[in-house]
Design a protein around this ligand. Sequence first.
Ligand SMILES: [Zn+2]
Length: 458
Amino acid sequence: MDLIIKNGIIVTDRKIIKSDVGVKGEKIVSITKNLKPKSETEVIDATGKYVIPGGIDVHTHFQLPVNDTITSDDFYTGTKSAACGGVTTIIDFATQDKKRGMLYGIKRRIEEANKKVCIDYSLHCVIVDWNDSTEAEMREVIKFGIPTFKMFMIYEERGLQSDDAMLFRALELSRKLDARIMVHAESDNIINLLIKRYSKIKGIGAYGHALSRPNYVEEEAIQRVIKWAEIMKGRLYIVHMSTGEGADLVKNARAKGIDVVAETCPQYLLFTDDIFKDKKIGHLYATCPQIKKKKDNVRLWKGLVDGEVSVVATDTCTFTKEQKARWKGNFTKIPFGMPGVETMIPVIYTFGVLKKKFSLNCFVSLISTNPAKVMGLYPRKGTITIGSDADLVIFEPTRKIKVDYKKLATHCDWSPYQGMELAGFPDITISRGRVVVKNGEFVGEAGWGKFLKRKHSN
Ligand SMILES: [Zn+2]
């Protein structure tokens, strides 16, 4: 064995056991007490600490050009910050090239990522156009190792929108080709109408962003796309669900046997749209969808416990204060997005487990096992078992750290969690058998991460 983790409290989605974990090369080869190291074996003492499977954030946007700017975390600082937050796999996006096709967009993105990634990664293919070759291209992409396709119900003006007919056909193919369709569900027409109305009001500031995207904008779109999934017996995944109404819809659909999985993000669990009334920092919190109300926070937490919301991801899309300042008081011009991958595990652990909302096992399910299963990475990722990749995170159960963006690895110069006391930051992060974070410090390297080929598995 090359590495032995001694005396840890091993936590998976199902078990909590005291054991050693033995690693050879990139894989877990032994889970038992009293493993004996040889002289060359690296030994990590995890007495009194949790050992969990590495976090999997299936929704990041690193190095993403948006209008005339680009997100401030590239694949290097983005995956470095992921590792420092205990995330050992990310899934980002590659947009179909309207002229040269899906695989072209994917290969270009892989070229950008490969030299920079510090942890393993994969991509979802974003569909923005439908033509005669789309079905054949989807088959190619699935064969290439990407069984998940993202579609937008909004952003018509950016040329990204899928209409109902596209969603209908994609969901039809998701069943036929064994894929899953990930949908950003908001009603474009209604948002645009409300934006027009509210941007006329002087001094409305960032709060106009909240007013122009009320809950029904998401509710109506989720309801509509669930209907198409029901009719086509498709496989659906709702990204970054932000409303309690969404959770109700997904719960009812699942009860009827419709294959829909929902993801939410820490920002929709913790914050409320009152933040947009803050004249100084409100605009920084503008995301899309935007942050909703207290009752939505409560309902989404309940969804995580009950199971209709089964994946936590971050939608990390970092813009610096300077980039965010481009809005100049016009809420329609704020670059949407916030940092999150580095704080996802601490936030969910602190507010979920330590506040006794759910068990440690449930926590591991939400940030690792469920995303691994839904995205076709399980059991290579998402669990601690013999034969799995040695992607492991070790942390002290109660040690809290006060979040300070200056000490985080992200390139972003602010954090929505600034000043919060969070437990669950890793002492050690291991990526495929290699220690990449030690005593909270990044010791990994660009280019270590590998592109993961996936296969739809459930
Ligand atoms: Zn996103």
